[in-house]
Structures are given as structure tokens and as C-alpha cells.
Design a protein. Structure first.
Length: 246
């Protein structure tokens, strides 16, 4: 499928802030909706490094899963002083007003689903990891993908930044700047190299997690090396992921 056009509408109601990340900003809340494995945690780490304590993140899912967590568990976030909270819209039932401040992250379907499946395996006994299990998992996600893309990436909105994972990998400072501008902060004069080079990377493969410190921003995975890759199957999955239900 042709990749969605990017909507780069920027907030215009926030006055310009001084440049540099040692200042304390008030970052106006934005919701984030991300397709799983689209670089959300990387983006959050980069924003935290760039903005320091000014960037306050509310973890919607942790609050849902761990009672007593100091996050609010609502979407959009209801806590004062929060800059961003995210969710995946797994049930495709969430909604936001068309002019709500929104950051959307997505990734091409095949690499995303392989990465998501690895994460899923990481949480389950090894014997569940079979080709049949992957196919079941991937076909379920392929049904949801076109609905997600249509709903969050393609449907016109007035106050949204869309971040394509591939762009985040290829031009991380540019993408970080786009998000900073959305928050009304100009980072163009800030040396982002240190922030980018110190980014941690967490990988999941065959049920094991590995943290690679300070690897910088790189796309390491080629889904064609995945243990259940076969050309025909992946061609079918790609087709299914483009099939928006009429
Ligand atoms: Zn919250």
C-alpha cells in the first residue's frame, strides 16, 4: 500500500519558548496513539532527554494493570502537568475530538508484527512459539492494521503530528524537532547528537529480552531473517493488512 501522507499540522497557539533543554517549559498535553512497536518508547526517551523534568509522561497501561500506580489510567490523561500519555487503541474503540492535540506513531505492518510477536513470545512459555501461532497472531493484527491507519493516520485532523517509524530511524533529530515544535519548543539550535547517540535499544528475540546501552537510533531488524519468514505467507499478510473493510 502507499504510505499515508503525513499531516504535519503544528500547534500555533503556543508562544515560542527559549531554545535549549536546560529551561523549564510547560509542555501542553498531547495524547499519543501508537501502533505497537513503532518506536514509542524510543520517542519518549528522546523527549525526556531533550526536555528533562519538563516532560511528564503518564503511563496509561501501567495504571490499568497495577492498582495504586500514580498514573491516572484515563485516556486522554486527566492529571494536571502531564505532557503525554499513550495507548495503542487495541480495541479500536477509543476516540478523541478532531482538534485534540495528538501524536500518532505507526510502522509498516510486517516489521511491526514480527517485532510485536517477539514481544508476545517473551511473555509466554517457549512451547507456544510455533509457526501456526505466529500466523494466527499476525492474521489477527492484519485485520486491525488498516482500521488503525484509516482512523488515526488518514482521517483528517487539525492538531496532529504523524511519526512514521522509518523516518524516526532515518532522521531522528528531524522527527524529534517536529514533535518539539508541536510542543511549541524550538530545538533546532540544540545539539541533539548526544541525546540520540545515548538512546538505549531493547530487543526481543525468541523469548529473550536484551538491552543494548547507548546504541544510538538504528533500525536493526530485517523481518526476512525472522524464523517463520516465508515469502508467500508474508505476501498474504501484507495484502491482508491493506484490506480496509468497506
Ligand atoms: Zn494520566
Amino acid at each position: 500500500m502507499s504510505m499515508p501522507t503525513k499531516n504535519t499540522a503544528l500547534a500555533t497557539d503556543t508562544p515560542p519558548k527559549p531554545t535549549g533543554y536546560s529551561h523549564t517549559y510547560s509542555l501542553k498535553y498531547a495524547s499519543c496513539v501508537s501502533w505497537p512497536r513503532s518506536g514509542h518508547h524510543l520517542l519518549v526517551r528522546l523527549l525526556s532527554a531533550a526536555f528533562g523534568d519538563s516532560f511528564q509522561y503518564c503511563e496509561y497501561y501501567k495504571a490499568q494493570q497495577e492498582p495504586g500506580h500514580d498514573c491516572c489510567g484515563s485516556f486522554p490523561c486527566t492529571k494536571p502537568g502531564i505532557s503525554m500519555s499513550k495507548q495503542h487503541d487495541f480495541d479500536l474503540k477509543h476516540d478523541l475530538p478532531r482538534d485534540a492535540r495528538l501524536i500518532v506513531q505507526f510502522r509498516k505492518f510486517l516489521p511491526a508484527v514480527v517485532s510485536e510477536y517477539e514481544l508476545y513470545c517473551n511473555k509466554r512459555p517457549a512451547e507456544h512459539d510455533t509457526k501456526a501461532s505466529f500466523i494466527r497472531y499476525a492474521r489477527g493484527r492484519a485485520k486491525e492494521y488498516p482500521i488503525f491507519i484509516h482512523k488515526w493516520v488518514r482521517t483528517p485532523r487539525s492538531n496532529r503530528v504523524v511519526i512514521d517509524y522509518d523516518d524516526l530511524m532515518q532522521s531522528p533529530s528531524e522527527q524529534l524537532n517536529r514533535v518539539a515544535k508541536f510542543y511549541g519548543v524550538d530545538l533546532t539550535a540544540v545539539d541533539l547528537d548526544e541525546i540520540l547517540n545515548s538512546a538505549r535499544h531493547i530487543s526481543f528475540k525468541s523469548g529473550k529480552a536484551a538491552v543494548h546501552q547507548a546504541t544510538g537510533v538504528k533500525n536493526r531488524r530485517d523481518y526476512k531473517n525472522f524464523r517463520y519468514y516465508d515469502e508467500k505467507l508474508f505476501g498474504l499478510l501484507q495484502k491482508e493488512s491493506e484490506n480496509y473493510p468497506e
